[in-house]
Write a protein that binds this ligand. Structure first.
Ligand code: DC
Length: 222
C-alpha cells in the first residue's frame, strides 16, 4: 500500500509521515531529504548548476540511503549537513530541474515498489504516485505554521521575529507553488487534513484511521 503526504512547508508532514509509518509498520520516505542530498553532493563536488549533463551523471551515480531519519550519501551520514542554510538556498537548482525531478521520481517509484510505504513531499500524490491507495494533503494556516517554526528557531536566533518568519514562509510557499515542475498542488482524490487544531499524536491517529479504513475496504472488495 502507498500512502502519500503532501502539503506546504511547516504543516508537519515529516513528523506525521515518520510517526504514521512507525505506527503502521510501513517504510518511510522523506523526499525533501532526497532533494537536499542531491544539492549537498553537487555543492561538495562543485558541479556547476547549469551543467545539466554533470548533474544528471551525479544523480545517476549517487548512492542514497534512508534509514529511518538518517540520510546517507555513499555510506556517509549527511543528516545534519543537508539541513544547512547553504543547501536550503540552492534547493531550487535541483527542485526546478525537470530532468532531475524525473530521475528522482523514478528512484522513488522503485523504492516504493516492494512493500507498504508512507512517502512525503510536494509532488507525491500528484506526479510520483497519482494512483496511490491513500493520498493526504496536510495543511495548516500560515499563522500556525509560522508560529511553530518561530518557536523552533528562536533558541538559536533570539532576534528573529514572528513577522520575519511569516514573510519568509510566504516566499517559500509561492516558490513551491510556482515551480516549473512538481509544483505544490492538492492531489486529486486526496483527503485534506488541517493540523491547526490537532497535536502531532492526534493527527497521526486521524490519518492512521483513514489509512486503515481504506485498507479494510480494499481487502473487502478483493
Ligand atoms: O521538505 P523539505 O523542506 O525538506 O524539502 C526541501 C525542498 O525540496 C523544498 O524547498 C521543496 C523541495 N521538494 C520538492 O520540490 N519536491 C519534493 N517531493 C520534496 C521537496
Amino acid at each position: 500500500m502507498i500512502v502519500t503526504i503532501d502539503g506546504p512547508a511547516g504543516a508537519g508532514k515529516s513528523s506525521l509521515a515518520r510517526d504514521l509509518a512507525r505506527k503502521l509498520g510501513f517504510r518511510f520516505l522523506n523526499t525533501g531529504a532526497m532533494y537536499r542530498a542531491v544539492v549537498l553532493a553537487a555543492l561538495e563536488r562543485q558541479v556547476p548548476w547549469d551543467d545539466q549533463l554533470q548533474l544528471e551523471q551525479l544523480v545517476d551515480q549517487l548512492q542514497l540511503e534512508f534509514r529511518d531519519e538518517t540520510v546517507l550519501i555513499d555510506g556517509r551520514d549527511v543528516t545534519d549537513p543537508i539541513r544547512s542554510p547553504e543547501v536550503s538556498a540552492a534547493i531550487h537548482f535541483v527542485a526546478d530541474n525537470a530532468r532531475i525531478r524525473r530521475r528522482l521520481i523514478q528512484w522513488q517509484r522503485e523504492w516504493a515498489a516492494c512493500g507498504d510505504v508512507v512517502t512525503e513531499g510536494r509532488d507525491q500524490g500528484t506526479d510520483a504516485f497519482p494512483d496511490a491507495d491513500c493520498k493526504i494533503f496536510l495543511i495548516a494556516s500560515p499563522e500556525v505554521r509560522a508560529e511553530r517554526r518561530w518557536r523552533q528557531l528562536r533558541q538559536q536566533q533570539p532576534d528573529l521575529t514572528l513577522e520575519q518568519v511569516l514573510a519568509d514562509q510566504q516566499l517559500r510557499d509561492q516558490r513551491d507553488i510556482d515551480r516549473p515542475c512538481g509544483g505544490l498542488r492538492e492531489p486529486k482524490g486526496s483527503f485534506r487534513v488541517s493540523t491547526d487544531e490537532m497535536s502531532l499524536a492526534e493527527a497521526v491517529d486521524h490519518v492512521a484511521r483513514i489509512v486503515l479504513e481504506i485498507q479494510a475496504r480494499t481487502a473487502h472488495e478483493a
